[in-house]
Design a protein around this ligand. Sequence first.
Ligand SMILES: NC(=O)c1ccc[n+]([C@@H]2O[C@H](COP(=O)([O-])OP(=O)(O)OC[C@H]3O[C@@H](n4cnc5c(N)ncnc54)[C@H](OP(=O)(O)O)[C@@H]3O)[C@@H](O)[C@H]2O)c1
Length: 260
Amino acid sequence: MKIGIFGAGHMGGAMIKGWIKSEKIEPSNLLVRGGRRGTAQSLQKELGFQLTSETSDFKQMDIIFLAVNTPLILPILNELKGLVETSSIPIVSVSAGVSVKEMQEIMGDNYPLAQAIPNTPVQINEGMTGIVFAENIDKKAKETIQFSFDLLGDLVEISEDKIGIFGTLAGCGPAFVDVFMESLADGAVLNGMDRDMAYQVAAKMVSSSANLLLKTGKHPGELKDGVTSPGGTTIKGVTALEKEGFRYATINAIDTIMKS
Ligand SMILES: NC(=O)c1ccc[n+]([C@@H]2O[C@H](COP(=O)([O-])OP(=O)(O)OC[C@H]3O[C@@H](n4cnc5c(N)ncnc54)[C@H](OP(=O)(O)O)[C@@H]3O)[C@@H](O)[C@H]2O)c1
């Protein structure tokens, strides 16, 4: 499969890394157009994909992704319109800020379009991507899009009205978890643990706790109850977190983004 991608920044670069790491997409089958700052050129030196500045080269692709900053999505779609409308190459935008309906206003109701929100773990093929397909998308186009995301981790189809909250939870969430892991490690360093070991232990503990929840299907409260013995040390730590409003701070982080 030949994949074309506009933008190789944080998200575009993460997707490119994931496809190459999957070993199902050769770097030579990835065509990238970047912007003025040269981010794509720097990444190309590391990963060896194809670079172009010609929009017309994207006519040869099986699928096209738009991973540019939100204000550029519709202008680039306008550039592509004349080139791809007869070939109906599926186009997927990964911007939270542009809906399928807005894309359809340029490409028409029957063009194979989708809006997807991936997250940065796509670069290690452990992404969690939400997707909204255009209503009239045909089976072949849908399968092509699904195949490309299956290489990057999990894909869930969601309704248009849930894309915002999906993006906040799955797309912004990794930063919250990063802050949490950094804080856990700081606490360990404060108590004498070596910094590198503290990050390693915190990260493994977070990923294995998440896997335990996913694999057992248990409620997170039940898993927490399993660690907190009566009068024990863990419940003292949980109490200290609650005293500082840990749950409220977390809920409010999601809510603040949704209200912004
Ligand atoms: N970051 C995330 O976790 C995340 C999650 C979900 C969705 N998204 C979405 O992904 C999109 C990109 O976000 P980002 O965080 O990756 O931003 P970013 O790091 O700033 O990357 C934007 C990329 O677009 C390139 N670009 C600029 N103008 C271009 C043009 N005219 N043609 C082709 N490429 C051009 C830039 O190239 P130069 O640097 O060379 O100028 C850069 O590589 C946004 O729409 C965002 O909403 C991001």
